[in-house]
Ligand binder design. Sequence first.
Ligand code: HEC
Length: 177
Amino acid sequence: MKRLAVALLAFVAGVAPALAADASPQVKRGEFIVKSGGCNDCHTPLRMGPNGPEPDMTRMLSGHPETPALPPPPPLTDAWNNVGSASGTAFAGPWGVSFARNLTPDEHTGIGIWSEEMFMKTIRSGRHWGVSRPILPPMPWFNYAKMTDEDLKSVYAYLRSIKPVKNQVPDAILAGQ
Ligand code: HEC
């Protein structure tokens, strides 16, 4: 009986979509906001599929991949002043080079050790970890800052519920440094 339960669990874990069916209403609300709010567009790397680039959901929301390392961006001009990487997760522009961060609950490389308060402060203040340097483009924190406390708490709860992915995103390169 126990073996059957284990096998069943393994099966469910293998085929279940990102979200367990019994997820709390708060987590479900967070999933809705993350999926409709476009977080995957920048925080989930793209891979080439039969119909062109598509989000690699095995690495959902794990940010810019640590490997392979990217070469420096091409020269930018006044007319074409920002570019994105093929992965859809790295962005060069007048600000320097920014890399979408790992939003999965991995403790060392993601938001595993972030408190709910820290997460809310980050989105509301537009500061790295809620206290440090300004968050760089194209992260549209100023739009998300308009969410209610309840919404932001739901986003945090959902992000804590997804699969942790170990991926150390490179540090941003600030212009002029
Ligand atoms: C248009 C691209 C884009 C979208 C859409 C986007 N992000 Fe980001 N995000 C970024 C980039 C790039 C960074 C890294 C910025 C930096 O290093 O300053 C970032 C950083 C972050 C950070 C880390 C801030 C820190 O302290 O370093 C959090 C948290 C975050 N995003 C959450 C979200 C959530 C939640 C959503 C959806 C509701 C979202 N992002 C949508 C591009 C995006």
